[in-house]
Write a protein that binds this ligand. Structure first.
Ligand code: F6R
Length: 615
């Protein structure tokens, strides 16, 4: 939520910051802005409602020349998207400017105090108070900028990733974080980069430092990098090598990132399972579990936490864990879990699922689970993310950067990793039959090839999308392992095409949603030949009898559902437990093509942002 980028070095900051903002636009895209310190010592600020492209047109030929700059792309929380609420924000004088990602919870109280002291705040944002507060701290003391930022932040309640520039200190950036991510890049030429994630940094340097909560950093061309905590403890920066490649964050010839990411799934699933399946020995490897086996073997319950698509992956995992590991599972929306005084026990294992590893609700839920003594295991995609660092142990999904706002490859990688975990725990506990375990290992290993086969049907799915694209509603139905896929299919359609869609357990349809069905309503049945197939066939009949345009996602060779449905997409035959990895793919492609046909911005759907770092 909101992307922030900053640079200080010997090159003009503007192109570097703008390029970084384009890469971070998935985090928010309702306004954008940049501030630089120019060679004449002035603080130059340009900001505009709209996307980064609108900011670029607004700047036109009068590009800033300064070699230090900060930039921001906004996802509005306090105050609507407009030029004034766009970041950066200045203090009352023209001395400093800030960019901020997060929410300042006590901003009203700070704003009132500052207004009484004569500060004139222009925007409706919570962020602007930070610029004025730092200025106020500096004006009443002899503190330097670094110490003033620390002192100001000690008065702030809330979440922030923040960068400050000050025209009296034209070779320094000050950055701080609490509950919102910040990565610092160290250039070989002595320059520094700061960003919300590593994507704007990777083309400049692979040496990065992840700022931790309540740390404040000074990045100065003469003094180097210095980090202190807000309470003034000195921190030695730990430099990590980025493993990201620039190609992984480019579109690579695809029309949209989402399409590229859908087509990357054979490879991303391969990367998720690589090194974890040993077919020769008939074993799985998951050190994050083996190192804490006592917790897993004694677990009386598994609690799964996540939001959105990650929550759907958690629902698939519920079926997997209960079937293979015979441990009771509860799957919770992280946002609900933390506010309802949940019962958490020391013998609970909590699995937190998050692509970004930065979702504020999931992070907060983890903290309460940890505080109650539960063992918390993270399933994250972004290496070094807050959730990955907050959990007791975990497994990365290794899906590679996911840039399209609608999650696709991250979901299949989450499900692949959760499948491995459930099988591994079941195998070690002896709750899964050895023959099924061995067969599943081989089948899981072969899933990337089967996903490739599903993708070969993209052309056919495109023509079905043409027939459905004018619909205003859609219903997705599935049972058992396919119920979470019905929910995920509906979410994909809603978020990128703005068509109202609902996912339901197919049998539940009779208890209400069947009333919605008329001749125009697309009804998508996810009906592979699994152990609830016959039941689903009856549900298909019930819909068929009431009109509705039927699309069946069926197992290859299926005759029954395929003959009842108006359209059918086949997926290869596989174990029931692995079918979600295949059945979700046509639904991703269907949503994608329907959204494109409706002229929607697939990679940046309205009102959404990729990383939801506010609660
Ligand atoms: C949907 C989508 C969101 C995310 C949710 C959680 O396509 O992307 O629903 O799944 O915001 O995000 P993470 O997984 O980053 O915690």
């Amino acid at each position: 939520m909101c992307g922030i980028v900053a640079y200080v070095g010997s090159r003009p900051a503007y192109p570097i910051v703008i390029d970084g903002l384009k890469r971070l636009e998935y985090r928010g895209y309702d306004s954008a802005g940049i501030a630089t310190i120019e060679f004449d010592g002035s603080l130059l600020l340009k900001k505009k409602k709209g996307k980064v492209a609108d900011l670029i047109s607004y700047v036109g030929n009068s590009e800033p020349q300064g070699t230090i700059g900060i930039g921001h792309t906004r996802w509005a929380t306090h105050g609507p998207p407009n030029d004034i609420n766009a970041h950066p924000h200045r203090g009352s004088t023209d001395r400093l400017a800030i960019i901020h990602n997060g929410i300042i919870e006590n901003f009203s109280a700070i704003r009132e105090t500052l207004t009484c002291r004569g500060h004139n705040l222009l925007s409706e944002t919570d962020s602007e108070v930070l610029a004025h507060l730092i200025e106020e701290v500096m004006s009443g003391s002899s503190l330097n900028l670094f110490d003033a930022v620390r002192a100001a932040l000690s008065q702030v309640v809330g979440a922030y990733a923040l960068v400050v520039i000050d025209k009296e200190n034209p070779s320094s950036l000050i950055a701080a974080r609490k509950s919102s991510p910040l990565v610092i890049g160290i250039g070989e030429d002595g320059s520094y980069y700061i960003a919300s994630d590593a994507t704007p940094i990777v083309s400049h340097t692979k040496n990065v430092v992840y700022l931790e909560d309540e740390e404040v950093a000074l990045l100065d061309l003469n003094e180097g990098l210095r980090i202190r905590t807000i309470s003034n403890d000195i921190i030695s920066p730990e430099v990590h090598a980025l493993e990201m490649e620039i190609e992984s964050i480019e579109k690579g010839g695809y029309e949209h990132f989402m399409l590229k990411e859908i087509f990357e799934q054979p490879q991303s699933i391969r990367d998720s399972i690589r090194g974890r399946i040993n077919l020769q020995q008939g074993e799985l490897k998951m050190s994050g579990i083996d190192d804490h086996w006592g917790k897993w073997s004694n677990a009386s319950r598994i609690l799964i936490l996540g939001c959105g698509t990650s929550w759907h992956a958690g629902l698939v995992a519920e079926y997997l864990f209960e079937e293979f590991a015979r441990i009771p599972v509860e799957v919770e929306y992280a946002s609900e879990f933390r506010y309802r005084n949940p019962i958490i026990r020391e013998d609970d294992v909590v699995i937190a699922i998050s692509q970004s590893g930065e979702t504020a609700d999931t992070l907060a839920a983890i903290k309460s689970a940890k505080a109650a003594g539960a063992h918390v295991f993270g399933v994250c995609n972004v290496v070094g993310s807050s959730i990955a660092r907050e959990t007791d142990s975990g497994a990365y999904t290794h899906a590679g950067p996911e840039i399209g706002v609608a999650s696709t490859k991250a979901f299949t990688s989450q499900v692949a990793v959760l499948t491995i975990i459930a099988l591994h725990v079941g195998h070690r506990k002896g709750t899964i039959a050895p023959e099924r375990f061995t067969r599943l290992l081989a089948e899981l290993n072969n899933i990337p090839e089967l996903v490739e086969k599903v993708l070969e049907q993209a052309g056919r799915i495109d023509s079905i999308a043409e027939q459905f694209s004018r619909a205003e509603n859609a219903l997705y139905l599935g049972r058992g392992y396919q119920f979470p896929i019905a929910l995920e299919g509906a979410l994909k359609l809603k978020e990128i095409s703005y068509i109202h869609a609902e996912g339901y357990p197919a049998a539940e349809m009779k208890h209400g949603p069947i009333a919605l069905i008329d001749d125009d309503m697309p009804v998508i049945f996810i009906a592979p030949m699994d152990d609830v197939y016959e039941k689903v066939v009856s549900n298909v009949q019930e819909v068929k009898a009431r009109g509705g345009k039927l699309l069946g996602i069926v197992t290859e060779g299926d005759k029954e559902v395929a003959s009842l449905a108006d359209h059918a997409i086949e997926i290869p035959r596989c174990d029931d437990a692995l079918a979600p990895l295949l059945s979700v793919v046509p639904l991703q492609l269907l949503s994608y093509r329907m959204a494109v046909l409706r002229d929607c911005n697939v990679d940046q759907p309205r009102n959404l942002a990729k990383s939801v770092t506010v609660e």
